[in-house]
Design a protein around this ligand. Structure first.
Ligand SMILES: Cc1cc2nc3c(=O)[nH]c(=O)nc-3n(C[C@H](O)[C@H](O)[C@H](O)COP(=O)(O)OP(=O)(O)OC[C@H]3O[C@@H](n4cnc5c(N)ncnc54)[C@H](O)[C@@H]3O)c2cc1C
Length: 510
C-alpha cells in the first residue's frame, strides 16, 4: 500500500503579531554590531541559482521577525532585530544546494526559515545575509501505509500535512499548538513536542530520517530504518539543530493508524505536588495516555474558572482495548477528586487557538519557558523557578503546567508576564529568563523542552551543555567550517563575531 506523491499547495506563513508597526516602512535595527556586507554581485549570482529572490525592503522586514515576544514589542515602534539582505525561496533541493554553495564560497550567512513561529528568535538572521524561506518545498512524496512511514517535504505546514494524512487514514500524532503556523522542517529543527507527545512521542521519536543540504551544498540522506545498529544515529544530529548544521529539505516520519476511539477524564487536586505524584505513579506503571496536562491553581482558574484547585486533564486515543487499559491505570492512580470531564472538551475546542497577542504583548509582556524535569526534582523545580521569576523587578505573574509526561520525567511549561517599563523590557526579559532558567538548571532540570534555543537562550547553552558543548562545537566546525548556517545561535562560536547582546538595547521609543 503506497501512495505517491500527494500534492499540498505551498502557502505563506501566518502574519506575526505587531505587523502593523512595520507595514509600509523600512524598520530600524536594534541589534548591536553590524550585518555582513552583501553586494549587488552576490545578489545577481543568487538570482542565477534561485528562481525566487526578494530584496524588497518590506519583504525583508517580514523575515526579520518571528514570534519572539521581544521582537513583537520592537515591531510596535517600527524596529526589528536585524534585516536580511535578501530572501531566497528555493523550489527544490537543487536550488537549496546551489544557494548554499554560493553562500559558502562567498562567506555570506544563510538562515533557514519555515513558518517563523519560533518563540525565541530562532530564525532571525542576526548577522544579516540571506534568509532561506523553505515554504515552497511542500507536499508528501511517498506514503507507505504498510511500513507506517511518510516522506514529506520540509516546508509543508503542519495543519495541511496532518489533514492530508487523516484523509488517507493515518496521523503523525504531532499536534503543537502552532499547528497552522509551523512547518515540518521547523518541527524537526526545533525538536518540537506536540500536545499528544505522551502517546506518539516528540519529533526526536517521530523523525526516522532526513535529507539535508550541508553548508557546502552536499546533499545527505540519513537511514530510514526505525531501528539500526549501523553506528551513531545521524538523523538525531539534525533534530534540534535549528538550522546550524544543515538545511533539511525533506524527512521520513513515523505515522500511525488514525485513532477511531477516545476516552477522557479530569481530576482536581488540592496541591500541584499531589497532581505531580499521581502522574508519576501512572507513568511508572507504563500508562501513556495521549494528552496529560496538569495546571497549577492560577492557570486552572484562568482556563477553567476553578478556585484553589489544580486541574489534571487526560485524553487518550487509539485501539479501544489499549485505551481502556491505560485509562483504568490512570483512574486508579488519580486519587484526587474526579472533576468535570467537559473541561477536556473545553480544552480540545481551544487547543490550537492563538490569542490575539497584539494588545496583550504591550499590556502584559507575556512569555513562556518550557523545560524538562525528572520526577524526583519536578516539584522543587516548579516552586523555586516560579519564585525566582517573581523576584525579578517588574514580574507580576509566574505560573506553570505539565504538558508532556514520560516514564522518568515531564515537560514543565512556565507562563510569566509583567508590567516592565517599555524602555526596560529587553533587560526584564533577559533577567526573568536568567532567573527562571538558572533556577531550573541548579535544581537538576534542563534548559529547553521543545521550543529550542534561538537567540533568547543562546547565552545559557554553555551552562546547560557543560562538557558536551565542546563536542557540539566540533561537529559544527566539521560540517560548516565557514560558519555560514544560522550564525549566532545554539551558543556556538561564530566567525561573524559574538552573538549580539540584545538585552542591552533599550526598547526603542518613538
Ligand atoms: C502560539 C504558538 C504555539 C506554539 N506551540 C508549540 C507547541 O505546542 N509545541 C512545539 O514544539 N512548539 C510550539 N511552538 C513553537 C514553534 O511553533 C515550533 O518551534 C516550530 O517547530 C517552529 O517551526 P517553524 O516552521 O515555524 O520554524 P521557524 O520558526 O521558521 O524556524 C525555527 C528554527 O528552525 C530552523 N529551521 C526551520 N526550518 C528548517 C529546515 N527546513 N531546515 C533546517 N532548519 C530549519 C530555523 O533556522 C530556526 O532556527 C509554538 C509557537 C507559537 C507561536
Amino acid at each position: 500500500m503506497s501512495r505517491t506523491p500527494i500534492a499540498i499547495a505551498p502557502r505563506r506563513p501566518v502574519e506575526i503579531p505587531g505587523q502593523q508597526g512595520i507595514t509600509g516602512i523600512v524598520p530600524r535595527e536594534t541589534l548591536t554590531g553590524s550585518a555582513v556586507a552583501v553586494d549587488d554581485a552576490f545578489v545577481q549570482a543568487l538570482e542565477k541559482v534561485c528562481t525566487k529572490v526578494d530584496v524588497d525592503a518590506n519583504s525583508r522586514a517580514d523575515y526579520a521577525r518571528d514570534w519572539w515576544p521581544l521582537g513583537m514589542v520592537w515591531a510596535t515602534t517600527g524596529h526589528v532585530a536585524r534585516m536580511p539582505a535578501a530572501v531566497a525561496r528555493p523550489e527544490n533541493t537543487d536550488e537549496v544546494a546551489a544557494i548554499l554553495r554560493l553562500a559558502n564560497e562567498t562567506g555570506i550567512p544563510v538562515t533557514a526559515a519555515g513558518g517563523r513561529s519560533g518563540v525565541l528568535g530562532n530564525s532571525l538572521p542576526v548577522f544579516g545575509g540571506v534568509v532561506l524561506d523553505l515554504t515552497q518545498l511542500s507536499g508528501i512524496t511517498d506514503l507507505r501505509g504498510e511500513d507506517l512511514s511518510v516522506d514529506v517535504m520540509a516546508g509543508t505546514f503542519g495543519d495541511s500535512f496532518e489533514e492530508t494524512l487523516q484523509k488517507e487514514g493515518f496521523t503523525a500524532g504531532h499536534w503543537p499548538q502552532s499547528m497552522k503556523l509551523a512547518t515540518v522542517g521547523g518541527w524537526i529543527a526545533c525538536s518540537g513536542a506536540g500536545q499528544m507527545s505522551t502517546r506518539y512521542g516528540t519529533m526526536a521519536d517521530i523523525t526516522r530520517s532526513v535529507t539535508a543540504v550541508l553548508a557546502d551544498g552536499r546533499v545527505i540522506e540519513t537511514s530510514q530504518f526505525s531501528h539500526s545498529s549501523t553506528g551513531p544515529d545521524m538523523t538525531q544530529l539534525f533534530v534540534g539543530s535549528e538550522g546550524t548544521l544543515g538545511v533539511i529539505v525533506s524527512a521520513c516520519l513515523n505515522i500511525h493508524k488514525k485513532a477511531e476511539y477516545t476516552e477522557s477524564g479530569a481530576w482536581a487536586f488540592d496541591s500541584f505536588d499531589a497532581g505531580v505524584e499521581a502522574i508519576k505513579r501512572f507513568s511508572h506503571r507504563g500508562a501513556r495516555p495521549a494528552v496529560v496536562r496538569l495546571y497549577d491553581a492560577t492557570e486552572s482558574r484562568r482556563n477553567f474558572d476553578t478556585k484553589d484547585q489544580h486541574i489534571l486533564l487526560i485524553h487518550n486515543e487509539g485501539d479501544p482495548a489499549l485505551v481502556a487499559a491505560t485509562m483504568s491505570v490512570v483512574r486508579a492512580e488519580c486519587d484526587g477528586k474526579p472533576s468535570d470531564t467537559s473541561l477536556v472538551e473545553r480544552w480540545l475546542g481551544n487547543r490550537n487557538s492563538v490569542h490575539a497577542l497584539d494588545d496583550l504583548i504591550l499590556e502584559r509582556a507575556p512569555d513562556t519557558m518550557e523545560i524538562t524535569a525528572p520526577w524526583s526534582k519536578l516539584a522543587k523545580i516548579y516552586h523555586d523557578a516560579t519564585a525566582a521569576m517573581m523576584a525579578v523587578d517588574g514580574t507580576r505573574t509566574a505560573t506553570a503546567h505539565i504538558s508532556h509526561a514520560y516514564p522518568g520525567s515531564a515537560g514543565l511549561y512556565f507562563m510569566f508576564g509583567g508590567r516592565p517599563e517599555m524602555a526596560d523590557r529587553p533587560r526584564w526579559y533577559r533577567d526573568v529568563w536568567n532567573a527562571g532558567a538558572r533556577s531550573v538548571l541548579a535544581n537538576g532540570g534542563n534548559l529547553a523542552h521543545h521550543h529550542g534555543i534561538g537567540l533568547q537562550r543562546a547565552r545559557l547553552m554553555g551552562e546547560a551543555m557543560g562538557s558536551s558543548m565542546e563536542a557540539l562545537q566540533a561537529v559544527k566546525d566539521a560540517l560548516d567550517p565557514r560558519g555560514i548556517l544560522n550564525p549566532g545561535k545554539l551558543g556556538l562560536k561564530s566567525s561573524f563575531g559574538p552573538t549580539p547582546d540584545w538585552a542591552d538595547r533599550a526598547a526603542p521609543q518613538e
